[in-house]
Every structure is written in C-alpha cells, then in structure tokens.
Design a protein around this ligand. Structure first.
Ligand SMILES: NC(=O)c1ccc[n+]([C@@H]2O[C@H](COP(=O)([O-])OP(=O)(O)OC[C@H]3O[C@@H](n4cnc5c(N)ncnc54)[C@H](OP(=O)(O)O)[C@@H]3O)[C@@H](O)[C@H]2O)c1
Length: 292
C-alpha cells in the first residue's frame, strides 16, 4: 500500500480526469474513494482515459449505510428505520466493483462504525476470503469498535482510517492500532469541508511556521511529513496542481525529534470532522478508559 495517496472526496467530478492524470504523473499510486463520494465511476473512467493499468494503482473504497437505501439518502430516523427501503450490503459492495470497473479492490473499508458496521465488515470478510478484496479495514474506529469486530470476523482490519492533525494528534489510538499491526491512515488533516477555520489554525500556525521555514517547505508539507515519520499513511485531498505536487514532495527532508515534539505539543483533542467517540456515548460499557 503506497504511503501517500490522493483523497478524492469533493473533487468535482468534471475535474477528476485532469486531477488523476496529473497525480499519476507526479507519482500518486493510491486513490481513496467511497460509494458515498459518487465519483467511483469517474475515477475508473479517468484511469482508463490515461491508459493507467489497473495493477499500477491501489484503489481504496468504502461502504456506508447511506448506500443501502434504494431511494436517495438523508439522515434521520424516518430513513434509518424504514427497512423496506433497504437493499443488501453485498449488492452495495458489488456496486463499487461495477462503478470502478474492476474485478478486485485493493482495500475496502467500512466507512463509519455505525450503524451496521459489523455486518458490513462480515460481508467484506467473505469477499476477502473469496480473493475479490485484497485487504479490508475500517474508518474512525476506536478500540471498543475494533474489539467488537473480532466477534464477527477472523480478519484483523488491515487499516484504520481516522482523523489526525496537529490539533488532534490521536497518540493513544495510533499506538493501539500500530501495536496490533493495523496500519493507521490519516484523513481530514487539514480539516473537512465543513470547517475552514481550523484549517487556517493549522496552515497559518505560528508554531509550525519556523519549522517550515527552516526546511524551505510549506506548513502543509511539514504536517504531512510529521505523519509520514509516525509511519502513518496519508491521503490529502486537493485538485490544485501546485498543492498536489506539494503534498507528495515529502521525502527530501526529515524532521528532528524536537520538531516532532513541537508539533505534538499543539494537540488539544480538537476534531475537525467527525468525533467517533460520540458514537459510544450511548454505550456505557465501552465508555471508560479503553486505552488502559
Ligand atoms: N473515512 C472517512 O470517513 C473520511 C472522512 C473524510 C475524508 N476521508 C478521505 O480523506 C481524504 C482527505 O480528507 P479531507 O478531504 O476531509 O481533508 P484534507 O485532505 O485533510 O483537507 C482538504 C482541504 O485542504 C486543502 N489542502 C490540501 N492540500 C493543501 C496544501 N498543500 N496547502 C493548503 N491547503 C491544502 C484542500 O483545498 P484544495 O482542494 O482547494 O486544494 C481542502 O480544502 C478525503 O478526500 C477522503 O478521501 C475519509
């Protein structure tokens, strides 16, 4: 699995052909998508358009509860409990194969640990054993979520993709996963589309600025390098040519231990996107001290 990939959420579909071509030329080999991004088909078309061979790229996609509804999707009880509207998880997973025009997926993730994430993981496990999916994993799972998976599957997730940023360093969760051999993949490091303000808190950070100046790099590059040096896979999203280049030009400098700890010290547990701990608020048995 390439350590650097391209996140594709919210790249306009009309731009994907250009972006995928440019990214591939620059050396990107992992593309992160999901059923929910409604761009799997465009990604397949872009790869085909540029003559990129299937075996030369690593494709990650995800299955999500939204995908199970026959008619559109909107959050809310009326949808969640309207079971007559449901189609099977397996059909939805197979739809991603069809969208991506491929007979195997490199990494298939469960998009979110609620609802039905264990049932989704079971379906992915079956396809993994059939050899149609090369690795399976999860997103935004904390240890109780991960432990609960062992009750339904004999496959340890290969990857846990979750939010990590200097404002939310997630040290305990990273250590927990890495100790179990689960690859950590960072998402939403520069913050999700719903929150621009924390992005600036990172990208104009006066504490990281001197480190960036020392290496003649941008703050974004220093932050991505800080992840790389923690053995974390990254999938920053951008559809801007210069930023695409910037986000993969990370291997000609090394942060010192002091630089690393300065960035670590910015942690304030601030979620920029989803807070997966909220999912467990209603489940007291899992609530306390999971990391001990
Ligand atoms: N599993 C999940 O639940 C989940 C949730 C969220 C995201 N993801 C995946 O993770 C990927 C990345 O997460 P994300 O899209 O939320 O956030 P992100 O990649 O951390 O941040 C994207 C934002 O940062 C900007 N940006 C990117 N590189 C930059 C640079 N070098 N300098 C300045 N600004 C830069 C982008 O702007 P421009 O585009 O204008 O350059 C965009 O506004 C997604 O695309 C998706 O594939 C997964």
């Amino acid at each position: 699995m390439p350590q650097v990939g391209l996140g594709t959420y919210l790249i306009p579909n009309g731009e994907l052909k250009r972006v995928i071509g440019e990214a591939y030329e620059m050396g990107y080999r992992q593309f992160d998508t999901a059923w929910r991004y409604h761009n799997e088909r465009e990604i397949a078309l872009a790869l085909k358009y540029h003559g990129i061979k299937r075996e030369n790229v690593f494709i990650t996609t995800k299955v999500n509860a939204d995908a199970l509804y026959y008619f559109g999707y909107r959050y809310g009880k009326h949808r969640i409990f309207n079971f007559r509207n449901f189609r099977s998880i397996k059909n939805v997973v197979l739809e991603s194969f069809e969208n991506l025009q491929t007979n195997y997926i490199d990494l298939f993730l469960v998009h979110w640990p609620w609802p039905m994430y264990r049932r989704m993981y079971e379906v992915l496990t079956d396809l993994y054993h059939e050899g149609r999916i090369r690795a399976i994993g999860v997103c935004s799972c904390i240890p109780p979520h991960l432990q609960a998976l062992a009750e339904v599957s004999d496959v340890v997730p290969a990857v846990n993709q979750f939010e990590i940023s200097p404002l939310n360093t997630q040290k305990q969760l990273i250590q927990y996963c890495q100790n179990k051999g689960i690859i950590v993949e960072a998402m939403s490091t520069f913050s999700h589309y719903r929150s621009n303000e924390p992005r600036m808190e990172i990208l104009e950070n006066p504490v990281i600025r001197p480190i960036a100046d020392k290496y003649h790099k941008s703050i974004a590059q220093v932050v991505l390098r800080w992840l790389i040096q923690q053995q974390i896979a990254i999938i920053p999203k951008t559809w801007n040519f210069d930023r695409l280049k910037e986000n993969i030009s990370l291997f000609d400098f090394t942060l010192t231990e002091e630089d690393m700890s300065i960035i670590d010290s910015l942690d304030k547990g601030k979620f920029l996107n989803y807070n997966p701990y909220i999912t467990f608020n209603t489940r007291p048995k899992y609530k306390k001290n999971w990391y001990r």
